[in-house]
Design a protein around this ligand. Structure first.
Ligand SMILES: Cc1cc2nc3c(=O)[nH]c(=O)nc-3n(C[C@H](O)[C@H](O)[C@H](O)COP(=O)(O)OP(=O)(O)OC[C@H]3O[C@@H](n4cnc5c(N)ncnc54)[C@H](O)[C@@H]3O)c2cc1C
Length: 503
């Protein structure tokens, strides 16, 4: 490899920072990564205790080509680092009335499930998949895989005509309801669209592409859990000669005459030619850029006035018994679904929570001993900006009990409480403290129409030369694969600046 005489400093070893490092090392840049935590991965992290391994947050692995592309870019074969297993069915959905359905990415199996609900909805559901698939292809080509450095790149005849085809204006729930009548199917589709952390009653319908893409392309499980992707990136960075420095808190991005010059950590100053900030954008602009001018339009007032995603409460359970009725990915839909989802976005805990239950030990013995299960019960909760939930021991215990009582409603899981041998939890306060996630959100800035595409913070700073951003709160948005795209876009911008070909 030809080493370039350019040093890149990366603040944050989240998946965005790590993937950017791999790509730049592959191009011959010198790369140093600094993260405040003791392990790399940011929110994609793990808890290992008493023979159980829990994925800390992300668990749903979709669009594998985006993950594999990072390996391909540096001439590595992903198969030497990762073991993928295709899931079938992709989800099991439990409902408060005791019914349950399996959803497959196999068309025959999916159609059978849909027909068991109603033939009319089966037709509607397949039409929805087809229509959203078309939107996905447009979004991928014209919006997700490109940057918007100026307004004319976004508002021009081509993008405007494509944006009109996507028709994102109606909200997710209304859009889905046009295709299917069954509330059960609507809940199933809405809940997945909520992976971007917005209410389906108040978010553009483009995020229906999440369930559609899962059905069309499938879902996979990574052996060892999502963290094995982080371990693979870490390994490649070391192999390519990058340096990873954990337990280092960055306190300032050093800027002089509108040019990024380096970083100041708690113990020293590091100079670099290019700075990539993977710390959450709103936090970073507010806390790490000290002067007003380089913040550009993102003044402290602007950051406070922007819209933010919800947070999560996660209960991690190590169980001394196998639960054959669970798949890797499961949902439980509680009564009064709409009321309880809307409560979260008004600042209240759901009284009758709907749950996502992740149980990787169903198929992966590296996550728990053969006779045991590890399970994450994930509930959407308000972010800390609402300021009305304390997350003290009392709140946590009450909410924990509510979740356990909810899980017990699933047939076959009634005895779960007495089989718990390890229990941990994560609250919005942890998102704020561990990862500097602004407002303790799980997914960063909301994906409203006025905070997406050109209107979302871009990967290249418009005000500071040599400063770039990657991560959930910048374009194209949240989710591991989408953050991987932000890294790809940031690296392409760097190469363009340095007049280096992108392939
Ligand atoms: C509960 C939950 C479930 C999710 N589920 C899925 C899923 O199933 N599938 C999926 O694709 N996505 C999922 N996501 C989304 C996905 O995990 C995130 O979008 C992605 O991991 C964000 O990566 P990132 O690189 O933007 O930043 P982060 O992971 O936030 O990393 C930022 C890093 O910067 C570091 N940092 C911050 N400030 C400083 C500082 N001052 N100095 C040094 N270091 C600093 C932090 O320690 C952290 O390591 C989920 C997210 C959550 C919270």
């Amino acid at each position: 490899m030809v080493w370039l005489d350019k040093k890149v400093l990366i603040i944050g070893a989240g998946v965005g920072g790590l993937a950017a490092a791999v790509r730049l090392l592959g191009k011959g840049y010198k790369v140093e990564i600094y993260d405040k935590e003791k392990s790399v991965g940011g929110k994609v992290n793990f808890i290992e205790e008493n023979g159980f391994r829990f994925d800390l947050t992300a668990s749903i692995f979709m669009t594998p080509d985006i993950y594999k592309d990072v390996f391909k870019y540096v001439g590595k074969d992903y198969k030497n680092y990762l073991k993928l297993e295709k899931l079938d069915p992709i989800y099991r959905a439990y409902y408060a009335d005791g019914s349950q359905y399996d959803f497959s990415s196999d068309l025959v199996k999916l159609t059978k499930t849909l027909e068991s609900i109603s033939k009319e909805d089966s037709i509607g559901y397949l039409k929805l998949l087809s229509d959203v698939y078309e939107k996905y292809l447009i979004a991928d080509e014209f919006f997700l895989q490109k940057t918007f450095d100026n307004v004319t790149e976004f508002i021009n005849p081509v993008t405007v005509s494509q944006a009109l085809k996507i028709k994102t204006l109606s909200n997710t729930y209304d859009f889905i309801s046009r295709y299917v009548k069954s509330e059960k199917l609507r809940q199933y589709l809405c809940f997945q669209s909520m992976y971007v952390g917005s209410s389906p009653y108040d978010s553009p319908n483009i995020y229906t592409l999440i369930p559609a893409v899962s059905h069309i392309y499938g879902l996979w499980h990574l052996k060892g859990g999502m963290y094995s992707y982080i371990e693979a990136l870490e390994k490649i960075i070391i192999e390519l000669g990058g340096s990873i420095n954990t337990n280092v808190n960055v306190e300032e991005i050093l800027i002089s005459q509108e040019k990024a010059m380096g970083i100041r950590t708690s113990s020293e100053t590091k100079l670099g030619d290019i700075i990539i900030c993977n710390a959450d954008f709103p936090y970073a602009v507010k806390e790490l850029i000290k002067d007003e001018k380089p913040k550009g339009i993102y003044t402290d007032e602007k950051i406070s006035s922007m819209k933010y995603t919800c947070s999560n409460f996660i209960l991690y359970l190590g169980l001394k018994k196998k639960y054959d009725q669970l798949l890797v990915h499961n949902f439980y839909f509680g009564d009064e679904f709409k009321k309880n989802i809307e409560a979260i976005f008004k600042g209240f805990l759901p009284e009758k929570p709907s749950l996502y239950i992740y149980c990787p030990s169903r198929i992966d013995k590296s996550m728990a001993d053969r006779s045991k299960e590890c399970l994450n019960a994930v509930v959407r909760v308000p972010n800390l900006l609402f300021n009305n939930i304390k997350w003290d021991v009392n709140t946590i215990n009450l909410f924990r009990n509510k979740i356990i009582q909810t899980i017990k409603k699933i047939k076959g899981l009634e005895d779960i409480e007495k089989n718990i041998i390890l229990e941990k939890y994560l609250t919005p306060k942890d998102f704020e403290k561990l990862f500097n996630s602004y407002g303790g959100t799980a997914y960063g800035l909301s994906h409203t129409l006025t905070q997406t595409n050109y209107f979302r913070p871009q990967v290249k700073s418009p005000t500071v030369e040599n400063l770039f951003f990657v991560g959930s709160s910048v374009h194209p948005g949240t989710g591991v694969s989408i953050v991987l795209l932000s890294s790809k876009l940031a690296v392409e911008e760097i190469l363009k600046d340095n007049k280096i070909g992108k392939n």
